[in-house]
Design a protein around this ligand. Structure first.
Ligand code: FE2
Length: 437
């Protein structure tokens, strides 16, 4: 039985296959290079390399798209006849649960594995990203907290584990500890885009607008090669400029780095759509950009609907902002269908996705009270459909503007009080408050 560089047992492995696995893992952890291409090349040489198939299935799942889930299912099928060791069979079980749409059970299975194999970096990373998908801030932090005693600076990949911990700490509002952990991560790999991203979140949540802009602009040279993560990091820079009230600058970033070329990757579409929606509710003209996004959503939704409520409501934003009533109605029917399922997403749809989609659609129809009635009750439990605090803040912004438009100035002031207290440096909060007054 061979061991990987973190002393985790691997079966069916040649030295070359294991070497390729280490390269692919490092690419996955660093968000640089193409881990799937690396592992595919290894599997072409070693088709019975079980960890290669499991790596591929797990990595595909982290993209949180239905089309990649179909590919992950294929990888599991390719590995069905290969018998693994205890760790590999438990990893297979965890990934299978994720492929079946049982994110809570899958996340728990991976945690159970980590109790016995705390340096299984792949199980840790997949689990971490699904803690984000299911909006579980405590596990986002503590899944990493629990394994950290088994990681030392001498263990390869220690920095990336600190980077994951940083994001979990941040989502639990422990900003100082989060930033410290992220800076340790960056001392191991200054190009660690996930750790830089955790610092952006800390500054975002503390309303440190000037710090955030300076941080993202200077660190971008280090994370600009991190693909989709880099696009998300540029989106964070856009958020800082939005808070500063510099909406023209936000649109410039949109055109040059956030959505500089058409993409049908949902993680990219979600960020692009939510940024344009923010500008839309603030009354800033975005030209025909949202129409272009709505076209892409229309092309993708036949395949992606009902997979993750978080994606579905972003499609709804594009339709609501562009008055695509028929497509919006179709999303509602799809959500009703998804709500009847027995997987994790069904619960996300019932608890958050459905009311949020109704609220956004009402907003698009200028039914301000309808938007308030649907968004206000779920805004503070909206973590249950995943994403980060920063991403879900779009719901608060929409609620505030719906209240302003409805003439419900007391309600607008009520919700704005959170913003001016939490982000005293944010011009946006004070500007909106001045409008209400
Ligand atoms: Fe983020």
């Amino acid at each position: 039985m061979k061991l990987d560089r973190r002393d985790t047992p691997v079966s069916h492995a040649t030295d070359a296959a294991l070497e390729a696995y280490e390269t692919a893992l490092q690419q996955l952890q660093a968000y640089r290079g193409d881990p799937l291409a690396t592992i595919d090349a290894a599997l072409a040489q070693h088709p019975d390399f079980l960890m290669g198939h499991l790596f591929k299935a797990g990595a595909l799942m982290t993209a949180a798209e239905n089309r990649f889930t179909a590919m992950a299912r294929q990888s599991l099928n390719d590995a069905a006849k290969l018998k693994g060791n205890d760790r590999e069979e438990r990893l297979r079980n965890g990934i299978e649960l994720l492929v079946q749409g049982h994110y809570h059970r899958g996340g728990q299975a991976l945690d159970d594995l980590l109790a016995d194999y705390p340096r299984d970096a792949l199980a840790l990373q997949i689990g971490h990203l699904f803690d984000f998908v299911r909006g579980n801030a405590l596990t986002l932090r503590d899944r990493v907290t629990r394994v950290l005693p088994h990681w030392t600076p001498a263990v390869p990949g220690y920095g990336y584990v600190k980077g994951m911990h940083a994001f979990g700490l941040e989502e639990c509002n422990q900003y100082q500890q989060a930033e410290q952990a992220a800076r340790v991560a960056l001392s191991f790999d200054p190009r660690d885009g996930w750790a830089a991203h955790a610092i952006a979140h800390c500054m975002e949540m503390q309303g440190r607008i000037d710090d955030g802009i300076a941080w993202m602009e200077t660190s971008s040279r280090d994370w600009q090669e991190t693909g989709i993560l880099a696009i998300h990091n540029w989106w964070h820079l856009g958020l800082f400029h939005l808070d500063r009230g510099n909406l023209d600058r936000v649109l410039k970033l949109y055109d040059t780095v956030i959505f500089s070329q058409p993409s049908d990757m949902l993680l990219v579409l979600v960020d692009a759509t939510s940024m344009l929606w923010r500008l839309h509710v603030l009354g800033h003209d975005t030209g025909n950009r949202m129409q272009a996004l709505a076209d892409i959503w229309q092309a993708r939704m036949d395949e992606e609907h009902g997979f993750w409520a978080f994606n579905d409501v972003h499609a709804m934003m594009a339709y609501a902002a562009t008055g695509r009533e028929a497509q919006a109605q179709q999303v509602m029917r799809w959500l009703e269908q998804a709500a009847r399922g027995d997987n994790t997403n069904a619960g996300m749809v019932r608890e958050v996705g459905m009311p949020v989609a109704k609220g956004l659609l009402a907003y698009g129809r200028q039914d301000w009270q309808g938007a308030i009635d649907n968004l206000a009750p779920v805004r503070e439990i909206s973590n249950r459909f995943g994403g980060s605090h920063a991403q879900r803040d779009v719901l608060s912004l929409t609620l505030i503007k719906a209240a302003v438009n409805a003439g419900r100035h007391n309600l607008a002031r009520h919700v704005l009080a959170e913003r001016t207290a939490g982000k005293p440096e944010s011009a946006l909060g004070w500007t909106m408050l001045a409008q209400v007054e």
